[in-house]
Design a protein around this ligand. Structure first.
Ligand code: KIV
Ligand code: ZN
Length: 517
């Protein structure tokens, strides 16, 4: 660990290596939108594209160079004059620009891909860097597949590039092959042989995630003395992707007690950046992705929820508000306790007394047994149902409804009234009609349905359905609402709810002496 706080430069390559993700292709306008967001995120360098690869890339890099002024704008180039010239043209309007030239150095790339010897490679790198110097103050050199290059030859390539005028040396783990200790040793070795690295010459790392080690390898390199990390939003990139920017930035910040380095990333822009990149590239973020995944700040276990409510830090190492989220999420489900439920009820603006809370909590638990997650809309529906505080004069005890296409539906309904059970069966024109007719056989209210509406109050296959019915009973219009994951049950509950609202007027036959109906 270094003894002085060091700035780590964030080189964002979402628009170059990130766009190389299979399936992620962006138009120049979309790239510009992302570049503007990266500027708000305050990255130090934006690698805007590979200008020689297509006219669209050339246009995108030029547009970004014209509009985005705070970060350095970088263009990628093979080690050849025509590519370097394409970068010169694309980056011409940039306030600060960087040329990024790469050339493979590993034995396998030299032999099979380039068919060139070591000497030829050193000369090619030195010559192109030297002649680019007149157009670029900042030149970055990447010995491609560095982590599989013989360390001695790698230092020779690095030395040749620095001597020719490179201002940054980037060490790519092109195929995501290295492991943290090994990569750290390589960085120490390179600094020992080229002491200006990490000081007057930026020492960068660029790690791929084929073994899921991109972030760990990048951090190991930072601890060994690298002072620039190349990374992408959401970790998108070629094959398994690149090191994720948000993970690097938050790891350095969260563990500054140990790492003693900092970045200039504006953390509160992280979520916005992640959503924008996901939306424009069509690359969905996996739910359990660190920092920006949907579940990264969600707690499902009742024990964890209770802990988070008592002190957030018991189960969270980052305050989600810092990265632009509204807060932690307690996922309410069957494992949740009364504490978490009551907390959510209060957040939704309801104030319940102990008995109301008990009643609502019981209903919540019943629902949680039927559906995996109980969302805020579900809870609102439960509370609206309960908080109307309509006495359950008529209580639904049992429903059995059968329907077959082309035949009338059959309903068998059992209700209780003051502890007594009453049951009726009926046929109907569909299951809801059959159910309502069976209820009427018991209650005999004479209600007429004047409106029936159904909607899903939550998403997904196990959504909660809400039914609203309007009845005319004894000349009065009354509305009932019922919710359930089963729409027939929701329909029956809505009907009974409406009847219960005017229950004092609808009494069973033997008590009709008190009834005005
Ligand atoms: O992975 C890689 O080696 C690259 C270089 C062009 C830096 O993307
Ligand atoms: Zn790469």
């Amino acid at each position: 660990m270094s003894d002085k706080k060091r700035k780590i430069y964030i080189f964002d390559t979402t628009l170059r290596d990130g766009e190389q993700s299979p399936g992620a292709s962006l138009t120049p306008d979309e790239k510009l939108k992302i570049a503007k967001q990266l500027e708000k995120l305050n990255v130090d360098v934006i690698e805007a594209g590979f200008p020689a690869s297509s006219p669209g890339e050339m246009q995108a890099v030029r547009m970004i160079s014209e509009v985005v002024k705070k970060p350095v704008i970088c263009g990628l180039s093979r080690m050849m004059p025509s590519d370097i010239d394409a970068c010169r043209r694309a980056l011409e309007p940039a306030r600060r620009k960087r040329l990024h030239v790469f050339l493979a150095t590993s034995q396998i790339h030299r032999q099979y891909k380039l068919k060139k010897g070591k000497k030829e490679i050193l000369e090619m790198a030195a010559q192109n860097i030297r002649s680019a110097k007149k157009d670029f103050q900042q030149i970055e050199f990447s010995p491609e597949d560095a982590s599989r290059t013989e360390p001695k030859f790698l230092t020779e390539a690095v030395r040749a590039a620095i001597d020719a005028g490179a201002t940054s040396i980037n060490i790519p783990d092109t195929v995501g092959y290295t492991v943290p200790q090994e990569f750290s040793d390589l960085i120490y070795f390179l600094i020992k042989k080229n002491p200006e690295l990490g000081k007057s010459v930026i020492l960068s790392v660029h790690c791929h995630n084929d073994l899921g080690l991109a972030v760990a390898n990048s951090l190991a390199a930072v601890l060994a003395g690298a002072n620039q990390v190349e990374c992408t939003i959401n970790g998108i990139g070629e094959r398994a992707g690149n090191a994720s920017l948000e993970e690097i930035a938050m790891a350095l910040d969260t563990r500054k007690d140990f790492v003693d380095c900092y970045t200039d990333i504006v953390f509160k822009e992280i979520m916005k950046s992640s959503r924008l990149v996901s939306h424009l590239t069509g690359m969905v973020v996996q739910p359990n992705k660190a920092i920006v995944g949907r579940n990264a700040f969600s707690h499902e276990s009742g024990i964890h929820q209770d802990g988070v409510l008592k002190k957030r830090q018991t189960y969270e190492i980052i305050d989600p508000k810092r990265i632009g989220l509204s807060g932690s999420q307690l996922i309410l489900g069957k494992l949740s306790g009364r504490h978490a439920f009551n907390e959510r009820v209060q957040k939704l603006g309801f104030r319940l007394n102990e008995s109301e809370l008990g009643q609502a909590f019981r209903r919540f638990k019943e629902l949680a047994d039927k559906k995996k997650y109980v969302f805020d809309e579900d809870i609102e529906a439960i509370l609206e149902e309960n908080l109307a505080m309509v006495p359950e004069t008529w209580k639904l005890d049992h429903i059995r409804i059968t329907s077959e296409s082309g035949k009338p539906a059959h309903a068998s309904i059992r209700l209780t009234f003051k502890g007594k059970s009453r049951e009726a069966v009926s046929e109907g024109d569909g299951p809801v009609d059959a159910g309502y007719k069976a209820i009427e056989k018991i209650v005999n209210s004479g209600a007429r349905v004047v409106h029936y509406g159904i909607q899903s109050v939550t998403g997904g296959k196990d959504a909660l359905g809400e039914v609203v019915v309007k009845l005319i009973v004894a000349g009065r219009e009354v509305t009932g609402r019922g919710t359930s994951t089963d729409i027939i049950e929701a329909s029956i509950k809505a009907y009974l709810f409406a009847l219960n609202k005017i229950s004092s007027h609808i009494l069973p036959e033997e008590t009709q002496e008190h009834s005005p109906v």
